[in-house]
Design a protein around this ligand. Sequence first.
Ligand SMILES: *[C@@H]1O[C@H](CO)[C@@H](O)[C@H](O)[C@H]1NC(C)=O
Ligand SMILES: *[C@@H]1O[C@H](CO)[C@@H](O)[C@H](O)[C@H]1NC(C)=O
Ligand SMILES: *[C@@H]1O[C@H](CO)[C@@H](O)[C@H](O)[C@H]1NC(C)=O
Ligand SMILES: *[C@@H]1O[C@H](CO)[C@@H](O)[C@H](O)[C@H]1NC(C)=O
Ligand SMILES: *[C@@H]1O[C@H](CO)[C@@H](O)[C@H](O)[C@H]1NC(C)=O
Ligand SMILES: [Ca+2]
Length: 342
Amino acid sequence: MQKWVRVSVAVLLTCLLLGEASAQGALKKRLAPPKTPKGQCCDEVRSLKVQVANLTSVLEELRGKQEADLMTIMRQMMELDQLSRRQEERVTEAESKYSEINNRVEIIQMQGAQAHTRTSSEALYDCASLYSRNYKISGEYKLPADDYLGTPELDVYCDMDTNGGGWTVIQRRKVGLSNFSRDWKQYKKGFGTIRGDFWLGNEHIFRMTRQPTTLRIEMEDWEGETRYAEYGFFTISNELNSYKLFIANYSGNAGDSLRYHNNTNFSSKDKDNDKCVDDCAALRKGGYWYNCCTDSNLNGVYYRNGQHNKHSGDGITWYGWHGPSYSMKRVEMKIRPQGFRP
Ligand SMILES: *[C@@H]1O[C@H](CO)[C@@H](O)[C@H](O)[C@H]1NC(C)=O
Ligand SMILES: *[C@@H]1O[C@H](CO)[C@@H](O)[C@H](O)[C@H]1NC(C)=O
Ligand SMILES: *[C@@H]1O[C@H](CO)[C@@H](O)[C@H](O)[C@H]1NC(C)=O
Ligand SMILES: *[C@@H]1O[C@H](CO)[C@@H](O)[C@H](O)[C@H]1NC(C)=O
Ligand SMILES: *[C@@H]1O[C@H](CO)[C@@H](O)[C@H](O)[C@H]1NC(C)=O
Ligand SMILES: [Ca+2]
């Protein structure tokens, strides 16, 4: 292209010089016919000028197009990158599903063998006992019913990775589609989906914490930072005693925001058992061990990406980290026996 421009310019200059020369010639030879070479040449000059202008504009257009092309290519590369990352995620998900399915097949096989259970030490009643039987992959498990212990069949999610594993997850918030403003009965037997958001159920939590138990609470904020609070001792009383909470021996980096709820009864939207003239379960829109009312509200309303509950205070809060008007992106509460050794 540029070569063509240069050639054209050269032609133009030649033509201009020729034009001048012939004009001078015309002055000397008055009788020479003035129109033919000169007129032709000037027409050519004009057309050449137009062509040069045209070429310049074409060149500019091309440069613009190249920039646009470059940007398109960069955008396409970024999209490809995202796509491959998404694909990677899908593969990981598929892999974990596959290993979980394998696990469940084994569990079902084990269920047959389990019929012979005669002592409590052989029973499978939480993720820690699964772990000690060499089930060491995190995921969903079906705990078989145990007639000897009088325990029902139960779907659980086991965290076999965090800090040595053996954790039975009792609560999770991460999807944000389940409504946690539920009644006493629902909090008693549990609700939600074991892979998504759920409450395992106060009756199950009561049963599993009859042995000395540790509670670990993990949370993530909308900036992707994670923190945890661990209580070396955790138990709740039975339904007659309103599933009252006892915790002790805090450690962690999220702050001790369950302490304020220590020694309080469980409340739900239809049972105000809190220590307040207000109805905390209604105000905070969850079921929890409300005092008057909260220093944390892990069963509150899920507020999506940056939507914080400035006014109502009903979000998924943990005052010790982000205060009363910040709702977490993800929370998991999990338990395991105090004596657990990986
Ligand atoms: C430039 O030249 C091309 C082809 O010769 C023509 O189609 C186009 O209309 C011209 N553009 C201008 C601005 O003269
Ligand atoms: C959750 O349930 C409560 C009461 O049942 C209702 O008032 C509220 O609108 C529900 N919230 C959502 C997000 O569905
Ligand atoms: C708390 O930890 C201390 C020191 O390890 C221990 O002596 C105590 O029994 C623990 N408290 C409970 C309630 O587990
Ligand atoms: C907690 O529940 C128990 C039994 O359900 C009850 O006797 C006690 O008064 C309750 N405490 C509060 C503060 O409501
Ligand atoms: C909770 O209350 C019990 C007494 O009922 C106490 O021993 C324990 O230390 C308290 N836990 C916290 C974290 O303060
Ligand atoms: Ca009240």
